[in-house]
Write a protein that binds this ligand. Structure first.
Ligand code: 5RP
Length: 218
């Protein structure tokens, strides 16, 4: 199976976690796109979705789903999203698609975070995938200098987020203690969000492998 087929398989498996009649949290990325397609095919009805990006909102609406603002919602029972890397403690690097801030907000208010990923995303230590950090535009150089002082190699992405900010992708860090890194990087003035999801990690991992979809629970 190629990577796209693995993504389709986990997208289909994630449909089993959707609670009919309850508002659904929807993440961003190519794996989530597969999930949205599978949800539509399943015919399961949800009253509305809270989306983590313009990209997912547009796809959901094109398929006839209602998308509501998070401010209209008290809580979300299930949030389904992908990851760029996930470690054995279910901490993740996210933000390859640039939606990390909204993803983190939706994840925070969700009871269950179901991570859907192909097996290439499972790692022992986070950091081979460059860590995305969303930054206020005027702080890009200042934050980059702090990152260099911390031994990272910052690369500014040619991209503007849905929130009007910039992304710095940081190479060269091996993050054994993801929670410590998350807290430390969040302290830098000018940083909006760091793409480490350690404090609010995933609860369930659906991993697409050559042997089928494997389910891991925390
Ligand atoms: C977007 C994300 C995605 O979940 C992550 O980049 C994985 O994407 P894909 O499913 O396309 O591999 O964090 O900001």
């Amino acid at each position: 199976m190629n990577q796209q087929e693995l993504k389709r398989a986990v997208g289909q498996a994630a449909v089993a976690y959707v609670k009919p009649g309850e508002i659904l949290g929807v993440g961003t990325g190519s794996t989530v796109d597969c999930f949205i397609d599978a949800l539509k095919e399943s015919g399961i009805e949800v009253p509305a979705c809270v989306s983590s990006s313009v990209r997912s909102t547009e796809k959901l609406q094109a398929l006839g789903y209602k998308v509501v603002d998070l401010n209209e919602v008290e809580r979300i029972s299930v949030y389904i999203d992908g990851a760029d890397e996930i470690d054995p403690s279910f901490a993740m690097i996210k933000g390859g698609g640039g939606a990390l801030t909204r993803e983190k907000i939706v994840a925070m208010v969700s009871d269950t975070f179901v991570c859907i990923a192909d097996e290439s995303k499972k790692v022992d230590v986070l950091g081979k995938f460059p860590l995305p950090i969303e930054v206020i535009p005027m702080a890009v150089r200042a934050v980059s200098r702090v990152i260099e002082e911390m031994g990272g190699e910052p690369v500014v992405r040619d991209f503007t987020t849905d929130n009007g900010n910039k992304i710095i992708d940081v190479h060269g860090w091996q993050m054994h203690d993801a929670r410590m890194w998350e807290e430390r990087l969040n302290q830098i003035v000018g940083v909006v969000t760091v793409g480490l999801f350690a404090k609010r990690s995933a609860d369930v991992l659906l991993l697409g492998t050559e042997q089928g979809v494997k389910t891991f629970e925390k």
